[in-house]
Design a protein around this ligand. Structure first.
Ligand code: FES
Length: 106
């Protein structure tokens, strides 16, 4: 398990989405109230950049065709209306330590 510091906790407020990169892994950091989550950056429908999305009732929405994901585990809450099933986002472990948001990409 290797933890990588991605940003300061105070750099994000509730509802913010932040694009980050660790090695070749492009990540989306999500702050929902006082919790932080990390998922893969691109929508599994048509690879839209989810840092341009938004949170609604705690769910992550892709603004392209409105696929909805659970930030906690990356699972699909609802696929785009016109599409069949789509895959989940990758989900990464996150912790906050000494004011730093840390992600384990293993
Ligand atoms: S690209 Fe995200 S819903 Fe279509």
């Amino acid at each position: 398990m290797t933890w990588y510091k991605v940003l300061k906790q105070d750099a994000m407020k509730d509802g913010d989405l932040f694009k980050s990169k660790i090695g070749n892994n492009e990540l989306l950091i999500i702050r929902e109230k006082d919790k932080f989550y990390a998922t893969s950056l691109y929508c599994t429908h048509e690879q839209y950049d989810l840092s341009e999305g938004f949170l609604d009732n705690g769910n992550l929405i892709c603004p392209n065709h409105f696929a909805t994901f659970d930030p906690e585990d990356g699972s699909v809450v609802s696929p785009p209306e016109s599409a069949g099933d789509i895959g989940p986002l990758k989900s990464y472990k996150v912790k906050v330590e000494n004011g730093d948001v840390m992600v384990d990409i293993a």
